[in-house]
Design a protein around this ligand. Structure first.
Ligand code: DAH
Length: 369
């Protein structure tokens, strides 16, 4: 056997033995790299007499091609082997049940928040946001509640003393927002109609009992267009509440009310049955108040930079926590914020209970447990 055949056999043997792509690459470099064995042999061609050069050149190029082919084949073989090993190791038994030891729970407020967003998103609403620390212009004045307006006393406001102003009823003083209605103004400042938004978020009032906590959650809604009417408001809120409570029929009624930022204003009630130990929504002879609403007051449109002669709209506001209490039968609001692990285990939702209009909102049939 000639010297180059010995070299070739040696290299082929190494290729056959190798079990790892990294080592295979080292072998490739040692044979075919810039200073590889075969490359070095090719370099000697130039020093050979013509006859010999032709003969040797053919041979060495054939060997080179064979080695290259062996390396490619081996590389493929190793890759397939590695992939099969990985697939074997990482196999997942999809028939196994969910891990029963999962500890985390989704808070009912987060759950209801997601449900509300899912329903309104389906109706084409966008989500809008505003700051928790709000100036009095957005929280009051622009909502048709100028300083000393009696409606300001309806909300037990937490004022933020900026130390320079002791007149808390002035525009310059900040408050922690008493409602999400200020986001109506912030939205009008940024967007031209048509507007169709909801603004869920935290709100604050100095109040504390079974149905009031100093921090609570609201969702605001605002729709503005050229021909938006009270009929649109009614259709929208009826569809929302029916989807939210996951019932086929839902008696509703609107009672005339007063809010400075809407005219006319109404409060909306839903039909229910209250018994000693159950609250059934969607049937019965009792009524439950669920939200405030109305047609946006022309002064509010003006404050938001929108011409009330050209546009009109409706707005609504409701308590997210209150909706959670009603839907999931939770009697005391204060327990929502006590961080009691036993409470969240009882009232919380597993992280896999994803809310969507197509796969189901609450995944528990909807009504109070
Ligand atoms: N901001 C009101 C509150 O906190 C709720 C409300 C009522 C919002 C009527 C509205 C509305 O947008 O039209 O009690």
């Amino acid at each position: 056997m000639s010297e180059i055949e010995v070299i070739k056999n040696e290299i082929e043997q190494h290729i056959a033995d190798v079990q790892d792509t990294k080592v295979l690459d080292d072998i490739r470099v040692a044979a075919l790299g810039k200073k590889g064995q075969i490359t070095e042999l090719l370099k000697t061609l130039g020093t050979m007499p013509l006859e010999e050069r032709i003969e040797f050149g053919k041979k060495i190029n054939a060997i080179k091609a064979e080695i290259e082919a062996s390396i490619v084949a081996k590389k493929q073989e190793l890759e397939v082997k590695m992939l099969n090993e990985r697939l074997k190791k990482e196999v997942i038994d999809v028939t196994l049940p969910c891990r029963p030891e999962t500890q985390g729970r989704i808070h009912p407020v987060s759950k209801v928040y997601e449900e509300i967003v899912a329903i309104f998103a389906e109706m084409g609403f966008e989500i809008a946001e505003g700051p928790d620390i709000e100036d009095q212009f957005h929280n009051f004045n622009a909502l048709n509640m100028p300083p000393n307006h009696p409606a300001r006393q309806m909300q037990d406001t937490f004022y933020i003393n900026d130390d320079t102003s002791h007149d808390f009823d002035m525009d310059c003083a900040y408050v922690v927002r008493t409602h999400t209605s200020g986001v109506q103004i912030r939205t009008m400042e940024k967007k031209h109609p048509p507007i169709r938004i909801i603004a869920p978020g935290r709100t604050y009032r100095s109040d504390y009992d079974a149905t009031h906590t100093p921090m609570f959650h609201q969702v605001e809604g605002l729709v503005i267009d050229k021909k938006t009417t009270m009929a649109d408001l009614r259709g929208c809120l009826y569809d929302f509440l029916k989807s939210f409570f996951e019932v086929d029929t839902l008696p509703v009624r609107y009672r005339p009310s007063y809010f400075p930022f809407t005219e006319p204003s109404a409060e909306m009630d839903i039909g229910c049955l209250k018994t000693k130990d159950e609250l059934k929504i969607g049937a019965g002879t009792d009524w439950l108040e669920v939200l405030g609403c109305g047609m946006v007051h022309p002064n509010v449109l003006k404050a938001g930079g929108i011409d009330p002669n050209e546009y009109q709209g409706f707005a609504f506001g409701m308590g997210i926590d209150r909706l959670a209490m009603l839907k999931y039968g939770i009697p005391d609001l204060r327990t929502f914020f006590e961080s009691d692990i036993r409470w969240i285990k009882n009232y919380g939702f597993t992280p896999l209970d994803f809310s969507s209009m197509t796969s189901g909102l609450s995944n528990n049939g909807g009504l109070a447990r």
